[in-house]
Design a protein around this ligand. Structure first.
Ligand code: NIG
Ligand code: FE
Length: 416
């Protein structure tokens, strides 16, 4: 199968020439090509050819992309989209001044969603989550990460991971499952947290590994959740089983999460709203990705992560929605990009790098996806504009007209 994307006004390649991430000044180099067309053979990018040398009869299919721009498929690297129920009541409490942490301490928050998820069947969870996956595909997402973490017992964590795997089978994009058994202490273990950690280490992780239900292991290092030594026990086991780690840390309190993540060679540290200058230095020039979640800061009216400092210190920055019912009930990527521009002070080019190659790096996939380079996977999205600034400037409009995964059109705004 030979596919040609003909004559887009710009191809934003985000080429890293084999490095697989962008940091520092390079975050701004999105490597745009003009007056070229893209040759795709089966699932791979084969060439970028000057429009003047295109021979249309050599292709099985041609997509006319005149007045459109092409980007690498977006990589959404941090979501909790398999959940049921609503936390609108807690949202109202928050508007009245009750904090997210206080809601959590009084038994609400994550544990409220856990109650609901435990009562929702596998099939119903697949149905609920499917609509959310479709929404991401429509926005140009070709790779998506989804975490468990609302089951918090053996049966329900496995159920959630199986839902995520089912979504991966059902949809043409790649959906990566992350085990987040250490999201919070479930209420039945509130007076015996050690036993819950033993359950994760001795029973959940081995079972998940045996059935290959997850590709990575996450935890929430926070005073309302897990301490660094507890995270360390879990990550040790995950690493022993060959699962890469990711960590929610430095959201409200800095309690040693960054060091624990570094010690365990984590793929990413996520949140970092209150990260200290010392910890920023620890993330300087290493290959662990800082996943920044401005939707959470907006939704909780909390600090925004100090992205400028992180960029200055040569940390690798990615962006994601953190879509979940409690701290970021936001699945609109354009809005997240807009927050990144306005509240984090990122340039449009930095934001594009952060949502493509660097978010691929946060999933350990940047050798295959995240940029448009010869022999990389033909995952791309086509936007109805000549100016990539519109992706962020047109915050409420979805400009994506085609999502292409492995050389196949999986979303087409105009039908077809
Ligand atoms: O990434 N920080 C912990 N986990 C989620 C929130 C989940 C929830 O409140 O349901 C987060 O913000
Ligand atoms: Fe999260």
């Amino acid at each position: 199968m030979h596919l040609l994307i003909l004559n887009p006004s710009q191809i934003i390649t985000v080429n890293t020439k084999g490095i697989g991430y962008k940091r520092g000044n390079d975050l701004n180099n999105i490597e745009s090509i003009k007056d070229h067309s893209i040759v795709i053979e089966n699932d791979l990018i084969k060439d970028f050819i000057p429009n003047t040398s295109v021979k249309k009869n050599q292709f099985d299919e041609i997509i006319d992309a005149e007045d459109n721009i092409v980007l690498p498929g977006l990589v959404e690297c941090h979501t909790h989209l398999v959940f049921s129920g609503s936390r609108a009541d807690e949202f109202k409490q928050k508007l009245e001044g009750v904090s997210y942490e206080d809601i959590s301490r009084s038994g609400g928050g994550i544990n409220k969603t856990v109650n609901s998820v435990r009562e929702t069947s596998f099939t119903e969870l697949v149905n609920i989550a499917s609509k959310r996956v479709q929404h991401f595909i429509k926005q140009g997402v070709t790779t998506l990460e989804v975490k468990s973490g609302y089951g918090l017992d053996f049966k329900n964590e496995i159920k959630l991971l199986k839902v995520i795997n089912q979504l991966n089978d059902k949809f043409p994009i790649d959906i990566h499952s992350t085990f987040l058994g250490a999201h919070t202490i479930p209420k039945e273990f509130s007076s015996n947290r050690k036993e819950y950690i033993e359950l994760i280490v001795n029973e959940m992780l081995p079972a998940i590994n045996k059935e290959k239900l997850a590709t990575s292991c996450d935890a929430f290092c926070e005073s309302t959740a897990f301490a660094k030594d507890e995270v360390d026990l879990i990550f040790n086991k995950a690493n022993e089983l060959g699962l890469r780690c990711k960590l929610h840390t430095d959201q409200f309190n800095s309690i040693g999460g960054i060091d624990t993540a570094i010690k365990n060679n984590a793929l990413s540290v996520d949140h970092l709203e209150i990260i200290s200058d010392d910890n920023i230095s620890r993330l300087s020039n290493i290959e662990m990705v800082c996943v920044i979640l401005p939707g959470v800061s907006y939704f909780l009216n909390h600090n925004y992560a100090p992205v400028k400092k992180l960029v200055d210190k040569n940390a690798i920055i990615a962006l994601a929605t953190d879509f979940n019912p409690g701290s970021s009930n936001i699945s609109n990527i354009s809005f997240i990009m807009s927050l990144a521009a306005i509240k984090l002070g990122m340039s449009i080019e930095q934001i594009i790098s952060a949502y493509t190659i660097n978010s691929a790096k946060a999933l350990n996939l940047s050798d295959k996806i995240g940029s448009l380079e010869i022999e990389k996977q033909a995952d791309l999205s086509i936007y109805n504009t000549n100016d990539y600034a519109d992706l962020i400037y047109q915050t409420t409009e979805n400009l994506n007209i085609k999502t292409i995964k492995k050389g196949i059109i999986i979303f087409d705004k105009n039908g077809g």
